[in-house]
Design a protein around this ligand. Structure first.
Ligand code: C5P
Length: 317
């Protein structure tokens, strides 16, 4: 019997997030370019009498530990599929900002699925896990695979994308989260419902990613947004996040002033990410942003195409 399984699962950013008009089911059609970045949650599952969730790390008090926790829902959904009891303790050590637009909850759900599948020695192929993940949330399938991918539909229809080399980022965490549904509602309010074009991937973004070329990626984002150099982004939710949290303008301005190639809101926010040329600039921009008082913390993180990493937990002492 395996004593436990630990999954290290990375955060995601949306390098592009094109949002279509609202659908009757309350969702939006997306074309999004997902990319993992090196900030991680560690999720450990161990056998227990009943399903129990514990959480540690920054803002862990904001994460529910009842049945509404996405990792709890993932565990229950997998147990139902396998016809077993969800008798596990799930511990989540947070390193991904909570409610920050970096898929922290979805990453935990993906990790719980992978961990429980291993613990219960389930004979499940990846497509089956992806299906269970898609029912839990739009970002869960990508969190199961990681790397770089184009997401269509609600973001759950994935095609892996090539990533030509590591990209360097600075992740600036804001105080307090933003609700994803509230940001989508604000996006609809700002844009109106009519005349929204179908969401499509932007080829220069895909080309720059495939080349691992940070300056080309920044230029592609400027082109997408018809913005001055360094001010581009391809996130249709950014105006909505800025409308709900105007202080993020200051964070974006400071990061750009410090020499980032570009900066934008991650997903539904409020976390902002800055693309920088190399690891040395990442350290400098992170230091400057941390000192600026326009965010609660700023950390350098690299995208190197990582996915979740499964390892066995040591036997408890
Ligand atoms: O799928 P997920 O749980 O991440 O979605 C959270 C909320 O974000 C949805 O209830 C919906 O309001 C909004 N959403 C959306 N269109 C998408 C994905 C999410 O409107 N494609």
């Amino acid at each position: 019997m395996i004593p436990g399984v630990t999954i290290q699962v990375p955060a995601k950013i949306n390098v592009q997030l094109s949002v279509g008009g609202p659908e009757p089911a309350g969702f939006h059609e997306l074309a999004t370019v997902f990319l993992t970045v090196g900030l991680y949650d560690e999720v450990t599952v161990t056998p227990a009498d009943t399903l129990r969730i514990t959480v540690s790390g920054p803002d862990s008090d904001l994460v529910p530990t009842d049945g509404s926790n996405l990792a709890a829902r993932a565990t229950t959904a997998l147990a139902e599929r396998l016809g077993v009891r969800p008798s596990v303790a799930v511990h989540i050590a947070k390193g991904i900002p909570v409610a920050g637009g970096m898929a922290g909850g979805s990453a935990d759900a993906a990790a719980a699925l992978l961990g429980c599948a291993r613990l219960w020695e389930a004979d499940l192929a990846l497509p089956e896990l992806l299906g269970i993940g898609a029912d839990l949330g739009s970002d869960v399938p990508f969190c199961l695979t990681g790397g770089a991918a184009l997401g269509l539909g609600r973001g759950e229809r994935l095609t892996a994308l090539p990533l030509g080399g590591p990209l360097h980022w600075v992740v600036a965490v804001a105080a307090g989260g933003l609700s994803t549904p509230a940001v989508y509602r604000e996006c609809d309010r700002l844009r109106g419902a009519a005349g929204i074009p179908d969401p499509l991937p932007f080829p220069p973004v895909l080309k720059a990613l495939a080349a691992g070329d940070a300056p080309a990626l920044a230029r592609a984002l400027d082109e997408y947004a018809s913005a001055p150099p360094g001010e581009g982004h391809a996130n249709d939710l950014q105006p909505a996040a800025l409308s709900l949290r105007p202080k993020l303008h200051d964070t974006l301005r400071v990061g750009r002033t410090l020499g980032a190639l570009t900066g934008f809101v991650s997903g539904s926010g409020p976390t902002c990410v800055f693309l920088v040329p190399d690891a040395r600039s990442a350290a400098l921009v992170a230091e400057g942003l941390s000192a600026s008082g326009t965010c609660t913390s700023a950390t350098a993180a690299t995208s190197s195409g990582e996915g979740p990493l499964v390892r066995y937990a040591p036997k408890p002492a």
